[in-house]
Design a protein around this ligand. Structure first.
Ligand code: IPE
Ligand code: IPE
Ligand code: MG
Length: 229
């Protein structure tokens, strides 16, 4: 149902070729396209991609601005790929931190692809798991002010409705490329029972073949959710 990818290793890919880090990000767009097509082919319903974390704002200003420009440009360039594949485009994250122009482009693409129903592509932009849990908690606190007697009855399902991912299924599989074995503050709540797959391939080299082999590995997993079979 839902495959999620922590797209990592662009900088190392570029460095290994004596190029600037940004060249790795540019090449990574090709991997986004390849994995989108592969996911559609495989019948995946939601493909989510971790594109920029809250912590990534702390990178050098030049890299941040180049990344934001690349997001902006890709949203225009990839429009036809999304339409051809019936992909609905969604951005989730701390949208207030993004520039006005980028937010306009995001809203525009979300609107234009709204009716596409083959697959939903979620781009996590300016996102972090702890931020999401915090913003949900704050909203709940405000909403329940004056009716604290109702708080004890809140369920996990109720809480999920306040996360930015409300309405989307939790990821079945989270893939992280580049060999790093950590979550880096990604989907902390939603990934509670996700299968994790760490692949050594650097993101710009992660294409259809690697995506399909990840699905194959997933198919061999035994998900128990704490129970006994
Ligand atoms: C992933 O590649 C892209 C983003 C986090 C925006 P990196 O830029 O983290 O590449 P490495 O990990 O330094 O190789
Ligand atoms: C995680 O990668 C964030 C994204 C892929 C968007 P990072 O490269 O930022 O993570 P760390 O710093 O290695 O944990
Ligand atoms: Mg990295």
């Amino acid at each position: 149902m839902h495959v999620s990818i922590i797209m990592d290793g662009n900088g190392r890919w570029a460095k290994a070729r004596g190029k600037e880090r940004v060249q790795g990000h540019l090449e990574g767009v090709g991997s986004v396209r390849a994995c989108t097509e592969a996911a559609v082919e495989a019948g995946v319903k939601v493909l989510s991609l971790f594109a920029f974390s809250e912590e990534n704002w702390g990178r050098p200003e030049k890299e941040v601005s180049t990344l934001m420009e690349l997001m902006f440009k890709s949203m225009i360039d990839e429009f036809s790929t999304l339409m051809d594949n019936g992909v609905r485009f969604v951005v989730l994250g701390h949208r207030e931190k993004l520039s006005k122009n980028l937010n306009i482009a995001i809203d525009d693409l979300m609107k234009k692809t709204e009716a596409n129903a083959t697959m939903t592509m979620i781009i996590f932009l300016s996102y972090s798991g702890k931020w999401d849990i915090m913003q949900a908690t704050k909203r709940i606190a405000k909403e329940y002010a004056g009716r604290e007697d109702e708080i004890d009855a809140l369920t996990e399902a109720d809480f999920s409705k306040y996360l930015v991912t409300a309405g989307y299924p939790d990821p079945d599989l989270i893939i992280r490329t580049s060999g790093e074995k950590r979550m880096s503050n990604y989907l902390l709540w939603q990934g509670a029972y996700s299968e994790l797959l760490f692949d050594d391939t650097l993101w710009p080299d992660f294409r259809k073949e690697q995506f399909f082999s990840a699905l194959k590995e997933y198919a061999s997993r035994d998900r128990r959710y704490g129970k006994v079979k």
